[in-house]
Design a protein around this ligand. Structure first.
Ligand code: PLP
Length: 208
């Protein structure tokens, strides 16, 4: 009996168009994009073309796009990057940093927050309601002058979109688009005045 696959929120087969686009780079143009020989240059050009395409999708500049190996790396990069980059005024950076997140975030987010907490960062983990949603009012209540980052997923893989994805106006927001990028229109999300300036976005693998 052929099993029926009902777990597309975990992973999907590759879109045939993606396979088609990738095959030349898996077969012939397999160079390391950092290498200076012709194989490397061809791969480098392809990566830069992809960077422009992703930037267009998000309404960002190509130099704002950082490719990572996956969602966990993107989330670590976003959270630690924002906190470590925070101006310190001569004090240890973590003493002045505050992150707001929720109980239903991916372990990549919660464990990174735990790590930052051990370094002295204040972490507020908000509860969710019976529908698995964070109340935007709770986020606003939790915010203070030290709040550096709000990290709430754009959509949950089990309950769907979070109410923060359209209504939030936060100074610095890390939203994971691991589940939504390429499923929902996200063009110009990063530039929309009414939404949060998403400093970093973790949109993991192509199969999503
Ligand atoms: C928010 C979030 N972070 C991290 C991950 C893990 O991604 P990866 O397996 O690519 O590291 C996922 C996907 O499962 C995710 O949804």
């Amino acid at each position: 009996m052929t099993p029926i696959y009902l777990d597309y929120n975990a992973t999907t087969p590759l879109d045939p168009a993606v396979i088609e686009a990738m095959l030349p780079y898996l077969r012939e143009h397999f160079g390391n994009p950092s290498s200076t020989h012709q194989y490397g240059k061809t791969a480098h050009e392809a990566v830069e073309k992809a960077r422009i395409q992703v930037a267009e999708l998000l309404g960002a500049r190509p130099d704002e796009i950082v490719f990572t190996g996956g969602g966990t790396e993107a989330t670590n990069h976003a959270l630690k990057g924002v906190i470590f980059a925070k101006p310190t005024d001569g004090r240890p950076w973590a003493c002045d940093a505050h992150i707001i997140t929720s109980t239903v975030e991916h372990p990549a987010t919660l464990q990174t927050c735990d790590f930052l907490k051990r370094l002295g960062c204040k972490i507020t983990v908000l509860p969710v309601d019976r529908y698995g949603l964070v109340d935007p009012g709770d986020v606003l209540k939790a915010m203070d002058r030290k709040t550096t980052l709000v990290s709430i997923m754009h959509a949950n893989n089990e309950v769907g979109p979070t109410p923060l994805n359209r209504s939030a106006r936060f100074r610095s927001m890390s939203m994971s688009w691991a589940w939504t990028c390429c499923r929902w229109p996200v063009t110009n999300y990063m530039r929309r005045k009414e939404s949060a300036p998403c400093t970093f976005v973790g949109a993991s693998s192509w199969s999503h």
